[in-house]
Design a protein around this ligand. Structure first.
Ligand code: BG6
Length: 482
């Protein structure tokens, strides 16, 4: 009965995510011969389009080298497109007929990617289940955040999905879990005696996890305003990093052993209060050199007048367990800041019994997620030469120097490949999601119900000064400008 065929269905094929991420990723995986064969791709959306139109939409994001044109055409020849609505089964029946024509009837696996706004999640998943499941192979569904907007709505979505699919069929993407240095966290911790044995409250003073972007909402204000930076970045990307930094050692590297530990450490975190947070919203910089920089958040026409949605947030989380009691985990994220950066900064305690007249600085292990993957350890050393001065320097593993020739795939490349191979290691399980919402829901409700005003900060700055103060109050000592 032939080889198993694979079909990858993209719902929302004409949208932004498909154009910028999904099609380009599928192309790169196809180009590098990483996908199971035979493979077909099928877009689905409401717009009257053809595969040629979709190709045209995507072209500028596809990264095609001159010698790859033939393969590129081969890729698009494997594509199809079906027009249909999201809330009506007839389009899905049509899709299913089309898929059946494209596949090996006896052995077909299907992946469904929902590159769609949350308003249609429920209809689409019901319609997939009723009309589009392969009976002769596996079916997997990939979904993107937002997974609800608080504990109750997220639970409702989880319950809805659980009625239709097994957890093993659901792949919740948090694309930070596909980044090289985030995936490296487990190796750094559990593959190094020297780090592993100091990874606790006896040695570490505080942990700062940062996400910064140097641009504003850039036309995404409508979406962003309904969610805010806490839901957009902190509750998912930063909390995922935190759980990998703080969890206990899993029994093995099997996906569920790892996710069990992530859930366990999340359960030790108490819910956040306003005292634990600093909230900010950017205003335009009159001296800015671009329109984006001169405009504040409230100047974005897609943002509600008088919106109090934070574009910057700092939150101090405490983990109540034997390893971490008393150590602050500071999550910090913001838009329209002075630079693009995502990093984890583990700050060690002061050296006891100082003999250097107070001139030692704290060791720090920095794991830079982007830009420019790196891991470096800040250490004290004697200044080279005739003096006996001391200075701070770095043991530096910068990937661009050390691993010149290695190709670091984009997060989406790794994650989509994982879906083909059935590995859920880097995907969010429903109980993780539940814990994440438990931690953030009370503060989100309070901010909205009491209309807590964010502190303004200027586009292109480091964010509100109060954030630095909060870091210092939580045993994070500045020795540079982070
Ligand atoms: C997304 C957020 O999840 O992550 C965006 O919705 C943000 O607001 C983006 O810009 C950042 O991702 P990356 O990979 O560019 O750091």
């Amino acid at each position: 009965d032939g080889q198993i065929s694979h079909t990858f269905v993209i719902f929302g094929a004409s949208g932004d995510l498909s154009r910028k991420k999904i099609y380009p990723t599928l192309w790169l995986l196809y180009r590098d011969d990483l996908l199971a064969k035979p493979i077909k791709f099928c877009g689905y959306a409401r717009s009257k389009l053809t595969v040629e139109n979709i190709e045209g939409n995507c072209r500028q994001y596809m990264k095609v080298q001159p010698n790859e044109e033939t393969k590129y055409e081969e890729f698009w020849a494997l594509n199809d497109y079906v027009i249909g609505s999201y809330d009506n089964s007839s389009g899905f029946e049509l899709l299913n007929r089309q898929l059946t024509l494209m596949e090996n009837k006896n052995r077909a696996n299907r992946i469904f990617y929902l590159a769609l706004p949350p308003s249609v999640f429920e209809d689409v998943t019901v319609n997939i289940k009723q009309n589009c499941m392969s009976a002769s192979g596996w079916n997997r569904v990939i979904i993107e955040k937002p997974f609800g907007r608080d504990a109750a709505s997220s639970q409702a979505l989880s319950d809805h999905l659980a009625k239709l699919f097994h957890e093993k069929q659901i792949y919740r993407i948090d694309h930070y879990l596909g980044k090289e240095m985030v995936q490296n966290l487990m190796t750094i911790r559990f593959g190094n005696k020297i780090l592993n044995t100091t990874w606790n409250r006896d040695n570490i003073a505080s942990v700062l996890i940062t996400f910064k972007e140097p641009f504003g909402t850039q036309g995404r204000g409508g979406y962003f305003d309904a969610f805010g930076i806490i839901r957009d970045v902190m509750q998912n990307h930063l909390l995922q990093i935190l759980s990998l930094v703080a969890m206990e050692k899993p029994v093995s590297c099997l996906p569920d052993d790892i996710r069990d530990e992530k859930v366990k450490v999340l359960k030790c975190i108490k819910t956040l209060t306003l005292d634990d947070m600093v909230l900010g919203q950017y205003v335009g910089n009159p001296d800015g050199t671009t329109d984006d920089a001169r405009n504040g958040y409230l100047d974005d026409p897609t943002v509600k007048n008088g919106s109090i949605t934070p574009t910057y947030a700092l939150g101090v989380l405490k983990i109540n367990n034997e390893r971490w009691q008393g150590v602050s985990f500071i999550l910090r994220c913001g838009k329209a800041l002075n630079e693009r950066k995502a990093e984890v900064r583990i700050q060690y305690q002061d050296v006891p019994g100082d003999i250097f007249e107070g001139s030692t600085k704290r060791n720090e292990l920095v794991i830079r997620v982007q830009p420019g993957e790196a891991m470096y350890l800040k250490v004290m050393t004697k200044s080279p030469g005739i003096t006996f001065d001391i200075e701070e320097t770095e043991l530096d593993l910068t990937y661009a120097h050390r691993y010149k020739d290695s190709y670091l795939p984009d997060a989406y490349e790794r994650l989509i490949l994982d879906v083909f191979s059935g590995s859920q290691m880097h995907f969010v399980r429903s109980d993780e999601l539940r814990e994440a919402w438990r931690i953030f829901t009370p503060i989100l409700h309070k901010i909205e119900q009491e209309r807590i005003q964010p502190i303004t900060y200027q586009y292109g700055s480091r964010g509100p000064k109060q954030a630095d103060v909060k870091c210092e109050q939580n045993n994070f000592k500045y020795s540079g400008s982070y």
